[in-house]
Design a protein around this ligand. Structure first.
Ligand code: URA
Length: 213
């Protein structure tokens, strides 16, 4: 992982970069796209959870007893921002099957590009969980900032944010608003265009995951 700023990391692992290239390709169809996003959820979740707390427990091997680490302490909540964030959830849950899942519904106004919240349901007590927020695209950063605001208002404290592709504008905005939140990016792209799409990006992640247009 490459540290870009304090708490901001780009995942330069070749497998992650390879899969992002497949996602970018306009010829990659819905079925394959969805599968690759799920795989990225697993690979990126693995990296983002590198500092999960562990404690030693006693285990008896066929040879002898020993102390060996297991994940301990705070429970996990995975919180996708609807709807594209859903695509990353199964991959993360394959690593942490007992994690609870919250949902935050945001849509962006086609003209102003500003996000509006229409749904928020989080596992309680959220304050005691490590929270992994997912959204494949960090574009303007507005919905990411608002989603994390909402989680903090409900008591969330230890928050990580995973996105596959980010624009520099979104990273700046997010990091200024939430400098305490760890941001994990698959690839930092060049810029946003006038329609707030990331360039070169991969198009509309939600449409490509769900096959809508
Ligand atoms: N959301 C997307 O799905 N794609 C972008 O490029 C920007 C926001």
């Amino acid at each position: 992982m490459k540290k870009l700023y304090e708490k901001v990391y780009e995942m330069d692992h070749p497998l992650i970069q390879h899969k992002i290239t497949l996602l970018r390709d306009r010829h990659t169809g819905t079925n394959e796209f969805r599968k690759i996003v799920e795989e990225l959820g697993m690979l990126m979740g693995f990296e983002a959870l590198h500092d999960l707390p562990v404690e030693n427990v006693e285990v008896e091997t066929p040879i002898e007893k020993c102390l060996s680490p297991v994940i301990s302490g705070r429970k996990l909540a995975v919180v996708p921002i609807l709807r594209a964030g859903l695509g990353l959830v199964p991959g993360i849950l394959s690593l942490t099957p007992s994690a609870k899942v919250g949902h935050i519904g945001m849509y962006r106004d086609e003209e102003t590009h500003e996000p509006h919240e229409y749904f928020c349901k989080l596992p309680e007590p959220i304050s005691e969980r490590i929270i992994v927020v997912t959204d494949p695209m960090l574009a303007t950063g507005s919905s990411a900032v608002d989603a994390v605001d909402l989680i903090k208002q409900r008591g969330g404290k230890k928050i990580k944010f995973i996105c596959i592709i980010a624009a520099p504008e979104g990273v700046k905005r997010f990091n200024e608003a939430h400098p305490d939140v760890e941001l994990y990016i698959g690839h930092l792209d060049r810029e946003l265009n006038g329609d707030a799409y990331i360039c070169p990006g991969l198009g509309d992640a939600g449409d490509r995951i769900f096959g809508t247009q």
